[in-house]
Structures are given as structure tokens and as C-alpha cells.
Design a binder for this molecule. Structure first.
Ligand SMILES: Nc1ncnc2c1ncn2[C@@H]1O[C@H](COP(=O)(O)OP(=O)(O)OP(=O)(O)O)[C@@H](O)[C@H]1O
Ligand SMILES: [Mg+2]
Length: 443
């Protein structure tokens, strides 16, 4: 309500609007609200529709039932400390009325831990060094999306426009470009060009004349699977053109994107003194991981808990999944879980399946060999393990590609996998071996 008073200023919500907002906030459906309040279903829907319109207008961004909580929470955290009673948000500013923001389906990051080094580095790149293109890279669940939203929230006052979009549903590039151009022109660009090149030129015109922050999440969705990492799917090459030109051409804006894999053409462009940078995310620290476990009610600081965090290398999604399993299936007993449970299951298995299915035949071979070896190996050792053998060039290409997909670890010429990945690949390998043994042969 503090936020609403602030954004609606003299206007007040009617009693029914307030009721709809409160119950939507608690996760009720329109039908449930209607049932609770004795009003007609359609009437409540209509109240909701008008309410989101009023709030969208007042806040200058699209608000719907699905994102109202996230948006209002964000505004709350951006209010001055005296108003929000939060002393930790002093660095933020209330967006001025000139600022335009569209957060799309950005996730709620009010419970966000750590990543202080990454946040400082991104601020340095984006604000101080005026980088034009920044990539956040890392394996599934490591926290790319969460960090992208957090950083955008923190840096919003530095930009005239902020827009956050997920590419997970693979929108055609022309649709995305039209949306960006209309947003940055405040719906005034009447002659949106037809060609990709023309659209990108038009976009860059706006990126030059004003400070715009664009965040694109899940770029890996438009990269091909079954090939060396980084090639665009047929029909989506325009995204490559967009990233290349935003990185290469002079303007005063920044495009940040997240991906599980590095898109091709990126490596040659990025560099410490260039306006194109990439940040590889690794797991959270012990303390931050404990905070994640605590959000699921698992409060523990024993050696067992440390083992659990190490096993999942501080991957926040993995920690959330296992904390829930430990609570529900093991009455919160971590050591029982560690002794009895498979390392990879549920959503975590799903994510690794998705990542594994994208690999080329050579990459899969390398993954199996690394899992069999269970330890650091050199290039030469690895080559001996591979059946069928592949050339040194092919092996190098596969290793490079796996690194760009964040699936292997590299240290001075030695390679291995993270525990979770290794367990997953071992399970897969065992599954393949078992399926090849005729029924009845295992006694
Ligand atoms: N620093 C953090 N503090 C608290 N929660 C976090 C943090 N980082 C990530 N999370 C949570 O962990 C989960 C996974 O994070 P996120 O969705 O950002 O991962 P991702 O790298 O984008 O994964 P994917 O590749 O599948 O898109 C989310 O529920 C997110 O809110
Ligand atoms: Mg994500």
C-alpha cells in the first residue's frame, strides 16, 4: 500500500479494487475472489482488468495479474529508505516520470543472496566503462536470470529506458525488433523497416540518442542443438546480426543477455578493454547457499550441510530442489538424504537432459569419457579413453564447445566435470549399458 499511495498519488482504489488486489496478491484466482466476495465472476475480472490498466498507466510499465506482485515489490524496494523502512536500498532512486520500463516476465528477486562481486563488476562494465554488449553465461539453474533482473533493478536509474524480455518461446526476430523500436520510440515510430538490417539500423538510432538497457534472457533457446555450441537455429540468424551490430556500432546503450551457451561470433569480439564482455557464473558461496536452503526451511550448519552444498556446487536451483526433497522425504535429515538419494533428480535431471540432448556426437563421447575417468584428465589421456577415437582437432573443438556450454571445468590443461554433471552422465551411461544387456542375463 505504501507503493500504491506513492504511485497513485491523489487517486485512491475503490474498496472492490483493493479487495481484488489483496486477494490476487495472495494468489487467489478471479473465480475464487468472486466466490469469496459474493460478486459475479465477470465483474471481478472486469475490476481486475481496469485495475491493471490504472496501475500500468501510473507506473509506466505493463502490469497484469501475473506480474503485479513482482512489479510492486520492485517499486517498494526502490522507494527511499524512510518510506520503505529498508535501510539497505539507499543506492536506488525512484524512477523519474521520463523513464520508461517494461519488465515483461522478469522474476521476483526480492530474496536474492550474494553475487556482490558479480554485481559490482557488471556495474563497472555497464555504467563506468559503458560496455555495449554483456553476456551472462552459466549452466542451468546457476542464477543467470535472477542476476540479470537484480542488476537491471540496480542500474535502472542510469537509463532512460529499461526493457527485459525472455526469448524462451523463440519469438521471431522481426517481432522482437518491432517491439523494441516501438518501446524506445514511445510508440511513435510509424515507419518500422521491413528488413532485419533496416530494423537494426532503426533500433541503433534510438540506442544512440538515448540511454537504453535491453535484457534478453535465454538466448540458448535460439541456438542449434546437436552441433558445436553457438550456431543459430535456421530462421533465427537475425539475432546474431542484432548482437553483432549492438556490440560493434557506436551508441550509448547496453544489451545484456543470458545464455547457457556462448553464441558464435562472440569470443572474437569480447575482451577486457573492448566494449563487449562476458561473465561466467559459478555456484554461490557456502554462506549464501545456506541462505538458499533456509528459504526452504532447511536451517543447518553442520559438516553434512557443507557436504550437501559442495555436492551441488552452490547451484541455487539444485539447492532449492534438494532442500524441498530433504524436508518432504527425509524429515529434514541431510545425512540420510546424502546416503540414500540419487544426486540428480526432478527438475535438475530435466535441465541436464535438455543440456545433454543439445550435444554433438563427439561432445557426448567426451562427456562419457570424463564421467568414466571421475577425475582431472589431460587432453592426451582423454584421447586414449575415447571409443571410437577422434582426432586431436576434433577433441579440442569438442572441449572448447563443452566449455562454452558450461558443462566442463578446465584448469591448466586438465579437464573434468562438476559432481552433479558427472553423476548425471554416469547415470545415463549406466542406463545405456543396462539397456544393451539382454533380459535375464543379470542374476
Ligand atoms: N543469488 C541468488 N539468491 C537467491 N536465489 C537465487 C539466486 N540466484 C538464483 N536464485 C534462484 O535459483 C533459481 C534458479 O535461478 P535462475 O532461474 O536465475 O537460473 P538460470 O541460470 O537462469 O537457469 P536457466 O539456465 O535454467 O534459465 C531461481 O529460483 C532463482 O530465483
Ligand atoms: Mg534463466
Amino acid at each position: 500500500m505504501v507503493v500504491l499511495d506513492k504511485v497513485l498519488q491523489k487517486k485512491h482504489l475503490s474498496n472492490i479494487q483493493e479487495l481484488v488486489l489483496k486477494l490476487c496478491w495472495k494468489g487467489y484466482t478471479y473465480a475464487e475472489i468472486a466466490e469469496n466476495s459474493g460478486y459475479d465472476d465477470d465483474y471481478i475480472r472486469d475490476v481486475g482488468f481496469r485495475l491493471w490498466q490504472t496501475l500500468s498507466k501510473a507506473l509506466g510499465e505493463n502490469i497484469a495479474k501475473s506480474n503485479v506482485k513482482t512489479v510492486l515489490r520492485r517499486y517498494y524496494s526502490n522507494l527511499a529508505p524512510a518510506e520503505s523502512q529498508l535501510s539497505t536500498t539507499t543506492a536506488f532512486q525512484i524512477p523519474s516520470s521520463q523513464q520508461q520500463q517494461d519488465w515483461g516476465e522478469a522474476i521476483d528477486v526480492s530474496m536474492f543472496y550474494g553475487r556482490t562481486v558479480e554485481q559490482a563488476l557488471l556495474r563497472q562494465w555497464i555504467v563506468d566503462e559503458k560496455c555495449r554488449l554483456v553476456m551472462l553465461l552459466g549452466m542451468g539453474g546457476i542464477g543467470k536470470t535472477a542476476l540479470s533482473v537484480k542488476v537491471a533493478e540496480q542500474l535502472q536509474s542510469q537509463f532512460d529506458f529499461v526493457i527485459w524480455r525472455s526469448i524462451r518461446n523463440r519469438p521471431p526476430i522481426v517481432d522482437l525488433m518491432r517491439e523494441l523500436i516501438l518501446f524506445f520510440s514511445q510508440q511513435t515510430e510509424a515507419n518500422c523497416p521491413e528488413t532485419i538490417d533496416g530494423q537494426i539500423s532503426c533500433l541503433i538510432k534510438y540506442l544512440r540518442s538515448q540511454r537504453c538497457l535491453i535484457l534478453l534472457d535465454n538466448i540458448e533457446s535460439i541456438l542449434q542443438s546437436g552441433e558445436t555450441a553457438g550456431h543459430y537455429c535456421a530462421g533465427y540468424e537475425g539475432y546474431g546480426q542484432l548482437l553483432r551490430r549492438v556490440g560493434d556500432e557506436v551508441h550509448q546503450s547496453c544489451l545484456v543477455f543470458t545464455s547457457r551457451e556462448t553464441p558464435s561470433g562472440f569470443t572474437a569480439r569480447e575482451g577486457e578493454t573492448l566494449p563487449v564482455r562476458s561473465l561466467q557464473l559459478t555456484g554461490l558461496s557456502q554462506v549464501e547457499s545456506q541462505q538458499i536452503l533456509a528459504t526452504k526451511g532447511l536451517v543447518d550448519s553442520t559438516v553434512e550441510c557443507d557436504k550437501l552444498i559442495q555436492r551441488y556446487t552452490g547451484n541455487p536451483l539444485a539447492l532449492k530442489i534438494v532442500a524441498t526433497a530433504i524436508q518432504c522425504l527425509f524429515d529434514g535429515n541431510i545425512s540420510q538424504f546424502l546416503q540414500q538419494s540419487p544426486v540428480v533428480f526432478g527438475d535438475l535431471w530435466e535441465i541436464l537432459e535438455q543440456q545433454f540432448h543439445r550435444l554433438s556426437a563427439n561432445e557426448k563421447q567426451v562427456m562419457y569419457s570424463l564421467a568414466v575417468k571421475q577425475d582431472w584428465v589431460t587432453l592426451k589421456e582423454l584421447q586414449q579413453y575415447l571409443i571410437p577415437q577422434i582426432s586431436e582437432r576434433e577433441l579440442l573443438e569438442a572441449l572448447l564447445s563443452l566449455q562454452r556450454r558450461s558443462l566442463i571445468e578446465q584448469q591448466s590443461g586438465n579437464y573434468t566435470q562438476q559432481t552433479v554433471v558427472m553423476e548425471y552422465v554416469t547415470d545415463k551411461l549406466m542406463g545405456q549399458v543396462c539397456s544393451k544387456i539382454p533380459v535375464g542375463e543379470i542374476q
